[in-house]
Design a protein around this ligand. Sequence first.
Ligand code: ATP
Ligand code: MG
Length: 556
Amino acid sequence: MSTEPRKNGEAAPVEAANFIEEFINEDLANGVYDEVYTRFPPEPNGYLHIGHAKAICLDFETAMKYGGKCNLRYDDTNPGKEDTEYVDAIEEDVKWLGFQWAKRCWASDYFDEMYDCAVMLIKKGKAYVDDLTAEEMKEYRGTLTEPGKESPYRNRTVDENLDLFRRMKDGEFADGEKVLRAKVDMASPNMNMRDPVIYRISHATHHNTGDKWCIYPMYDFAHPIEDAIEGVTFSLCTLEFEAHRPIYDWVLREVGKWENPPRQIEFARLELTNTITSKRKLKALVDDGIVDGWDDPRMPTVAGMRRRGYTPEAIRQFCRDIGISKSNSLVDFAELEHCVRDDLQNKVESRHVVENPIKVVITNYPEGKTEMIPVENNRNVPEMGEREVPFGRELYIDGEDFMEVPVKKYFRLYPGNEVRFKGAYFLTCNEVVKNEDGSIKELLCTYDPETKGGDSPDGRKVKGTIHFVEASTAVKIKVRNYTNLLVEDENGELVPDEDSVHETYAYAEPSLGDAKPGERFQFFRHGYYIADSKYTTEDEKVFNRIVSLKTSWKKK
Ligand code: ATP
Ligand code: MG
């Protein structure tokens, strides 16, 4: 522990927003640490998901709040499962979320130093090579109610251990034949303290160190050393590591190289309704071809949410809103959608798009004439200005805006009813023309030229306002609406719903013909949409529904 007084400009306590910041404030005030240095330590064995986004926001924002630093560290101590594709994806995702790391580090860069630390422990009599099989080791470990039994190899001499560990490193033994264990306490009530394995043999090629090593450090040994080497002060991790904190502290204390070792603080994992937050399970969805890659717009991965059209601001806000807690809970996915809607509502322009289009012919409107109707780009933000949409004799309206036999309180178009066509005129439906199969061919309507602009000079009121797309200039677009990728089966297990992409064609006002991949819009009265980054081309515009306009979810 440093006893030096803190220097000018060093981190000072801030108003604590959660229990982690309370711990930090205490440590800063007591001079335990003079800076806030955190890290985000993903294992590069898959794409990041919404749970990681929470950890990223916490790690980076906590450091930022105290004027500190945060590293991006690849926790690559498991050869075989890790891949550089994932490394690139992780970097893109962290940057997209809006964060910049102080350093990018690799746990595998510290393998030499970790090996030295292990040798040090052996020399202190604090680690030994064990020949028990995995099976036997499990037996010897005891249970929560019974103490463990000491391995017959536990009392090997230091020299014997040094020799065997070196030979493990030199590749003399097969996978699983021997392990190095910390010598802690086989009777500890904490199972993680019953001589945990700290090195194992694995003759696998590592993506960074190649075939240099055939022994690899285990998480409980590697993680505290990684943190300490980087000068991390607060190592934030999820709750399942709480019971590992004694071994984290034990390793740092026994290795004893660091004057001011880091402090581990645990917080609750983020779990969302209808959502898997496990890379392994998400990888299975990709490998089984159930989704269109890791960035499928239905995936809870950062890449999927990006392609779906979620914004980094919305995700960060969501992570702040749900807060940091010490107990696990399930968050309603609708809360994330609420943040997305909230962020988009003042940012994106609206466009007229109609799904399941029905044709309207205005029998008293001049043939061949079109006029331009001004409409606001964003109802909430007048500064976003106006644009013009064409209006003419033939229009399309949305299938939901007409009922041949209206239900009660239906104020949109039906035979005999007059409604406002937004910003244009009042129209009355006079006749429904059918195809031979009984489906609707077109609606014959008349308009009132006196109602231009959408108001009647005689004060006549209409109850419904609907939007439209002019037929001769309409652009046909592909629209993909999504429902939950995962749904509960009869046992309450989350299983993929093969029918969670609903693709239709729609007619849009002409400007959408120029939409670029990644551009977002509100489809007026429908929802927020983004031009899909993978499938949108010059000739075909494909839109993902980001989120619908309405929700039943209420902010607490
Ligand atoms: P997975 O089970 O998906 O592989 P993991 O925890 O093994 O998750 P890591 O790459 O080791 O994945 O995680 C990097 C960091 O992200 C860790 O600090 C971990 O605690 C945190 N993290 C992972 N999942 C969540 C979650 N659901 N909520 C909050 N933090 C998480
Ligand atoms: Mg992990």
